[in-house]
Design a protein around this ligand. Sequence first.
Ligand SMILES: [Zn+2]
Length: 871
Amino acid sequence: MLLPIVLAAVLQAAAVLPAGTQYDAKIPPLKEIAGHSPGEEITSTEAIAAYMRALAAAAPERTILVEYARSWEGRPLHMLAIGSPERMRNIAQVKAGLRRLADSRTLSNAEAERLIKELPAVTWLMHGVHGNEISSPDAAIALAYHLLAARQDPAVDAILKQTIVLIDPLQNPDGRARFLQQTLMGRAASPDPEPGSAEHDEPWPGGRSNHYLFDMNRDWFAQTQPETRGRTAIYLEWYPHVVVDLHEMGGDSTYYFAPPADPLNPHISKEQVALFDLLGRANASRFDEKGFAYFTREVFDSFYPGYGESWPLFQGSVGMTYEMASARGLVFRRADDTLLTFADGVIRHFTAGLMTAETTARNRERFVREFLDYRRNAVREAEQGAVRAYLVPPGADPARSERLARLVASQGIEVRKSQESMKVGDRTLPAGTYIMPAAQPAGKLLRTLMDPHTPQPEAFVKEQNRRRKKRLPDQIYDVTAWSLPEVYDVEALTSATAPSVRSEALGARAEKAAAPLPAARVGYLMPWGSGTAEAVAEALQSGLRVLTADQPFTLGGRRYPMGTALVRTAENPADLASRLGTIAARCAAEVVPVNSGFVDEGISLGSNEVVPLKKPRVLLAWDSPAQSMSAGWTRYTLERRYRQPVTVVRMGSLGRIDLRRFDVIVLPAGNYGSVLNGDSLRRLKDWISAGGTLVTLGEASRWAARENVGLLATRTELRDGRGEIETTEKEQKKNEPSPKPLDLEKAIQPEKERPEATPGALVRVVLDAEHWLSAGTDGEIQVIVEGQRVFTPIKLDQGRNVGVYAKKDRLVAGGLVWDEAQDLLTQKAYLIHQTMGRGHVIAFSEDPNYRAFTEATQLLFINAVLLGPAH
Ligand SMILES: [Zn+2]
């Protein structure tokens, strides 16, 4: 019988803990709590939490256990700090010293040298941020046991003497719980190594992401998820010197550790690169000893600042990613028919984590000193550089500027708020302008978040161009632009001198007292913007009646832009002032009381162009074929960013839903051809014609533009500008034999090819300032473009191109857009509005809710949802 042999292989490999180690019987082994030993079974999220508590209780003099966050689904996230009893006894003092070292500006040389001599190095090992990457959490709990229970082990003794180890066993409990549930449901009587079997093959959305289907290894500077916010708080409490994020990759790979791949972010120092090398060589020697295969430098880069490894780098830590081939279950058959076990992964991550902690311990002083030097250099370089401060005036949408400033302030970056106006060049910036001094210890993180463009090395870009010509895949791992002022569309100026105005420190969170609004005879006006949209969504849900102005007007000497919301006193309950006051304060929305409705200029408040808003009932497509991240970002944007309730409906069940109960249907990125066709497509069109608002995002818009779908009267284009589905004379001519000698380069060009892909860049979009969809914007924004969708602008008799990519000389706002892609994108449609009967289709060529950090395009999306049903 075959099964027992496979099972035997699993069990045989399961000796994770080093043979011959003496363990203290007072520390409970995993088996006592979970019923299995490390590597034998995938430990549940509950058992991991219980085991961390048991370890902390068994060794209180050497541990601190912190619950640092709760997941959206209510699971606790833990960090276990392990150190020597002497150190843990004085832990408050040690932590104060660690933070003191991070504050390099006020540190004297003598004090710095004392701290470098006395402080432990801190190694932070983080596991399982992707819930279906299962081996690292089990390695984490085995390592915690080993560090607490091993007796007379020189490596462990050195680690406890020289360092504190922070172990986060499970960064994404919701994703792991989801993975575990389905792998156990699919598991055969004896674990099946076949990669296509149900225990390895995850149903939508898979276990990688968290509850809102975010990849949390992209969220570190965006801080949208509670799990991420908890982790940055841990970082800022301890300022660890070495940070490792332990992952899994495809089952046919081996193991990856530092040094990372090109391109390096320019804010990574050569000293950090030297430490990558030190740690990489140490891991390599241990892996060589044990006969474990590995690779370095080939795939995983450190360019984007939202990774768990990169955000700490710009604070001065040595941040690294480790990756193990995944068995995605207990045992996995590789392409060459060898078996990879879950235990193989646990052993390798255990080995790499332990070796990293040991290497840090043996080089304690160097790691501590380099951390301080990085932060000192950040100050020194900025003092000699062209930019001494970033300045963010409150601008036209103060709620959005404040949101950006507080996001920056939440990351250990000093932000100040001016208390008086200041001159910068020929501009006078008002009091309330946010000041971000560049010469500060976290100045490099500040720069990479605030600069419009972070350059990639020229040689790297040149190599990518060479590869593209040969149709080899590029070596770009993630997006190439993320600048916060660009994605928020908030003005940020730079100052060549350090501002000297009176100012106060800005905290990460606002404390807003809800003030009741003054009485208003006519009602309240709220100029449209992010804060107002949020407040209006909540006001509508609470039953208030709200209108929106489709044209600008001037009243009481003030000009109100298109979109301005009007809440009339006469049409609302008597407690309007207090209810609206509470909502507006929470959303930081401006409210202006109005006692006379007689306008100076433009439309009147009683005009037909001031239209009542509906409380929108929103349906969001869920499950396959929607792309999970797009679906998750959209759900998050609705439910959490704008507090707009939404019903998520599995696409397989759409036929059972009475669409008339909804005002808005959102299709996240995806190709809906398999579920919306024939009758179901007809029902959707009937619903739109009867007054529905359909919103399509990214690939869903590409699907909607297909001729046989017929939801959008435009088409998507090929690399040479032809439509994706038409054949032209030009194409036929190409195939005719030619008498001339063969031009090889020309002859091998593909006949029909999708456009050049853009690897995630910031591109400018010009908006139609007269269309209600662009309410709250200044007519031009920057959008994240990722992929190869190009939409021919819609004809005037079919609809409106509310957003169009800018002309080529202004097109790219940041990041890499290949020259050919620029030619193709310029002046093409980004946001299309097309009416159909009494309803309409609103199509975005890209995902406006990208990673939920794209505030400006998220506003366009919520405009579609809130304002669409009123038009
Ligand atoms: Zn991963």
